[in-house]
Write a protein that binds this ligand. Structure first.
Ligand code: NDP
Ligand code: AKG
Ligand code: MG
Length: 586
């Protein structure tokens, strides 16, 4: 757990290209959220450090030592994207920072915000968290340019030591090169031009990454961790990643997980039915399923069967591909946040998934959402949950208000297209609306209240409850502290939460009014009280297909102002008398 002062120094790199516009907008959002959430009690002291083009122009160095030292000293930082030239020039500064600070997890959550346009039918089904290994693999950059003495030395070594393997380098000798040129009627060249890269994946590197993913799944009650690899082809790197992942899961988290490796062993010993029964029992007992998938089919299945993927742990390059591909499903790279984290030392640098998008540089045009949400991740990492919640709630509201940048506007009807800076203005203004209680309920966040099944993306007939209800429900356990939950309700501008089923399996509801009644009865001190103390059970519920008129009658008959909407006995929305009033008045 980090010990964060109220006025922490946080180093930042504004970034190249569009990084400049995005940073200017995002930092205003962060400052406003902290100011509004803590009434001035907390404030971030931003400390600019240089990297990339700005660093080179000012110091002649692309990544000055002072920058690395600052990230090292202050533990938590944030950065904009930095340009990496293709095919030559400097190596990635982004990768260098991850390696220098040993930020071994690249954490990239991918989830859909209601109203965000998407190329898929059910973006709401995408709720995945990518744990990308961040320090190893081919991405680490041990490679040698074709025709250099270094490349030749690698081939000479292979030739001398592993001649059979060397023969697999298709154009590794001048003879083989010229034989092919002859076949296609071209003149011989008498030379070898083959670049070479080295892929390394270690047991320890795999274990710390997979361990972080499983720990995350345990903490946030996720259902599965999928190890995504290309181990059928790269057996001793990606295949080992899978095997070490399974071994570590069983060794370090045996009480919490059930692995497909266990399933295979049981199947071999006692047959498939026994293995299936074992897995079923383990999952029913709340264990997390550790499974694996080969990378190519994964890229198809995250599209066709997104609900089968939850937490994903994967080597570096797969994670790079997967994170951009998945971002597309929930609105694109403009809203794809991330963090590079070392959970052992606590060092973390948060940054968007996207790059510098150079064609839009300095146009005040691109979406700052991904850096804003990276800041949200950073604030959560620091334990400043209230500020983070405020950012997410205001961002969500700004999008549902259809105030969006070009990337969303070009896919939406009746959107108001705004500049990067104007999006930040709208978001900050919405923080006040949220705090005044006028916002929509936000989706549950990773910490605290959890989000229940979502109804986003579904269309219900006019004049039914489904068409009018608030389509997200925040649920809390009955043993949560009322104070903490009330703070969440305040930050999100919501007036009620549902309460997870009790021992009898009955859902409950706690409204702001319930809390007020309690305060009126026992005085202001709600410290130490649990949600259960003011929860009403069982719930009075309706279904999304009930007519608005019938629902209004239900509220009058039962003398209640809010009804929870359920489907398959699970809450999917809440409808209030105010919602019905607004609908009727138009
Ligand atoms: N961590 C980092 O610092 C990273 C750095 N890079 C570097 O960035 C440079 C450019 O890379 P490139 O491949 O062009 O990828 P980019 O991610 O920079 O941009 C590709 C496309 O993504 C869309 N896009 C990117 N950012 C946003 C945003 N904020 N809002 C809306 N749309 C956005 C744009 O799409 P459209 O054209 O459809 O509008 C853009 O043309 C390279 O040098 C690369 O190495 C790349 C990734 C990460
Ligand atoms: O370092 C770069 O330029 C690219 C990095 C990248 O694509 C990523 O981390 O996702
Ligand atoms: Mg990338």
């Amino acid at each position: 757990m980090l010990n964060v002062p109220d006025n922490p120094i946080i180093p930042f790199v504004e970034g190249d290209g569009t990084g400049r516009d995005i940073w200017r907008a995002s930092v205003r959002v962060f400052d406003a959220a902290v100011e509004k959430a803590y009434g001035g009690k907390r404030k971030i002291n931003w400390y600019e450090v240089l990297a990339g083009e700005k660093a080179f122009t000012q110091t002649g160095n692309w990544l000055p030592d002072e920058t690395v030292a600052a990230f090292n000293e202050y533990l938590v930082g944030i950065k904009g994207p930095l340009t990496t030239p293709i095919g030559g020039g400097i190596r990635s500064l982004n990768v260098a920072l991850r390696q220098l600070l040993d930020l071994y997890v690249c954490l990239r959550p991918v989830r859909h915000f209601p109203g965000v346009p998407s190329p898929v039918k059910r973006p709401d089904k995408v709720d995945m968290v990518i744990f990308r290994e961040n320090t190893e693999d081919i991405y680490a950059g041990i490679e040698y340019r074709a025709g250099t003495p270094e490349a030749q030395q690698v081939f000479d070594f292979l030739h001398a030591t592993f001649p059979k393997d060397f023969n697999k380098v298709r154009f590794g000798t001048a003879e083989r090169t010229d034989a092919f040129l002859d076949m296609i009627h071209q003149s011989p060249e008498g030379k070898v031009e083959v670049g070479v890269g080295i892929k390394t994946i270690s047991r320890l590197g795999t274990e710390r990454l997979v361990g972080a993913a499983i720990q995350y799944a345990i903490t946030f009650k996720r259902k599965s961790v999928t190890l995504v690899h290309k181990g059928n082809i790269m057996k001793f790197t990606e295949g080992a990643f899978r095997d070490w992942g399974y071994e570590y899961a069983e060794r370090a988290f045996g009480d919490h997980v059930y692995t497909w490796a266990q399933w295979e062993r049981t199947k071999a010993a006692r047959g498939e039915a026994a293995a299936n029964a074992e897995q079923k029992a383990a999952l029913e007992a709340g264990k997390i399923l550790i499974k694996d998938a080969i990378a190519d089919i994964t890229l198809q299945q995250v599209l066709t069967r997104p609900d089968e993927f939850d937490v994903i742990a994967t080597p570096n390059l797969n994670g790079d591909y997967l994170s951009d591909a998945l971002a597309a499903q929930v609105g694109g790279i403009g809203i794809a946040p991330g963090g590079n984290i070392n959970y052992v030392t606590g060092h973390a640098i948060f940054e968007a998934t996207h790059g510098t998008a150079p064609k839009y540089s300095d146009l005040d045009k691109v979406n700052p959402g991904s850096v804003i949400l990276s800041g949200d991740m950073m604030l959560r990492y620091m334990g400043w949950i209230e500020a983070a919640d405020l950012i997410v709630a205001a961002l969500s509201k700004t999008i549902t208000d259809k105030v969006v940048t070009y990337d969303f506007a070009r896919q939406m009807e009746h959107a108001t297209e705004v500049k990067t800076s104007e999006f930040a203005d709208a978001l900050i203004a919405n923080m006040d609306v949220i705090l005044a209680g006028g916002g929509q309920a936000d989706e549950g966040t990773a910490v605290g209240p959890e989000l229940l099944k979502r109804a986003e993306g579904r269309v219900y007939p006019r004049e039914t409850v489904g068409a009018v209800m608030t389509r997200t429900v925040v649920a809390v356990p009955g043993d949560a502290s009322i104070r903490e939950v009330s703070q969440h309700m305040q930050a999100r501008g919501i007036h009620s939460v549902v309460v997870l089923p009790d021992a009898q399996g009955q859902w409950g509801i706690m409204t702001m009014r319930d809390i007020l009644k309690k305060i009126a009865a026992i005085g202001k001190d709600i410290n130490g009280m649990k949600v259960d103390a003011v929860t009403t059970r069982p719930l009075i519920t309706t279904t999304p297909d009930m007519s608005i008129v019938a629902c209004a009658q239900l509220m009058l008959d039962k003398n209640i102002r809010r009804v929870v909407v359920t489907e398959d006995d699970e809450p999917i929305g809440i409808i209030s008398d105010t919602d019905i009033f607004h609908f009727v008045v138009g």
